[in-house]
Design a protein around this ligand. Structure first.
Ligand code: CP
Length: 307
């Protein structure tokens, strides 16, 4: 397929294909092979209409490592501020011969909307609370590095603001497709029981939720997506659900801690744990380059076959 807009649409073999290619690209990074010529001559547009540190820069790094050129467009410096529509903006970027658009947008469905209207491939870098497919793929890649390629029967607990999290939704689909047992935990206001319809377990008791977990994936509270009267407050959340030195005792001896970033130290995780040997948080970021190289390469190859 030319686009990567969500994990829900992917077949397991497509996830396996991305994982296998990402492994090759990771080797090229570890062995400091520099730029590969895979997509030389292509120009990739990073259209980021929401803030980002990890995703935007990892996509940029991935494109460079594939030999492609990158244009970065953000909302404040574009004609979107003058009322131009998203579709017109993207069509104009296509008209200046962009070969791919990578989009982050606050509206759920924005990436799919563009994918259906452009000839060039579109990759979703996060759309509202809907989907963040490359984050889920890099999380699975990191889990595979720790536990092997067959994740069936492994248990991953996602802890925090599930309701407003595109990372949680994409991870639920990605992990379930690979046979992982997924548990969701956090305050009931942010982890409603309705999520059980997705084939996961909801457990509001932190100790029970994490006790058998092979990995605990922490999420920050996304106040930017909530109304002003949010509950719990930051301090209430930290007091009950924040992972700290004391609550580390609830975890299995070799359980790992993951976080998509940005971390709010002292809220969902304290500094001691975030920087501890259990933490694979920076490995996730590094793996984001290899996984995005694979996603970009496969989408551009698929698009060249469609032409
Ligand atoms: N994980 C993630 O999406 O981080 P950024 O918002 O910094 O891109």
């Amino acid at each position: 397929r030319k686009d990567l807009t969500n994990i829900k649409d992917l077949e397991l073999w497509e996830i396996e294909e991305i994982m296998a290619l990402a492994k090759v690209f990771k080797e090229s990074i570890v062995n400091k092979l520099g730029k590969l010529p895979c997509q030389r001559g292509k120009t990739i547009v990073n259209l980021f209409l929401e803030p980002s540190t990890r995703t935007r820069n990892a996509f940029e790094m991935s494109a460079y490592r594939l030999g492609a050129d990158v244009l970065s467009v953000n909302s404040s410096a574009s004609s979107i501020t003058k009322g131009e529509t998203l579709k017109d903006t993207a069509k104009n970027l296509e008209a200046i011969t962009a070969d791919m658009i990578i989009i982050r947008h606050s509206a759920a469905g924005a990436a799919k909307y563009l994918a259906e209207r452009l000839r060039i491939p579109v990759i979703n870098a996060g759309d509202g609370a809907h989907a963040h497919p490359t984050q889920a793929l890099l999380d699975s890649f990191t889990l595979r590095e720790k536990f092997g390629d067959d994740l069936r029967g492994k248990k991953v607990t996602i802890l925090g603001d599930i309701l407003f999290s595109r990372v949680a939704r994409s991870n639920i689909y990605c992990l379930k497709k690979q046979g992982v047992d997924v548990v969701l935990s956090g305050p009931s206001t942010l982890v409603p029981r309705e999520f059980e319809k997705m084939g996961v377990k909801v457990c509001h008791d932190l100790k029970d939720a994490v006790k058998d977990a092979d990995a605990v994936m922490l999420l920050r509270i996304q106040h930017e997506r909530q109304s002003a009267n949010y509950f719990p407050s930051i301090s209430e959340y930290a007091n009950v659900f924040g992972l700290n030195r004391l609550r580390e005792g609830f975890l299995k001896k070799d359980a790992i801690i993951m976080h998509p970033g940005p971390i709010n130290r002292g809220v969902e995780v304290d500094t001691y744990l975030a920087d501890s040997p259990r933490s694979v948080i920076l490995s996730q970021v590094t793996n984001g380059v290899a996984v995005r190289m694979a996603a970009i390469h496969l989408c551009l190859c698929a698009a060249s076959k469609i032409k």
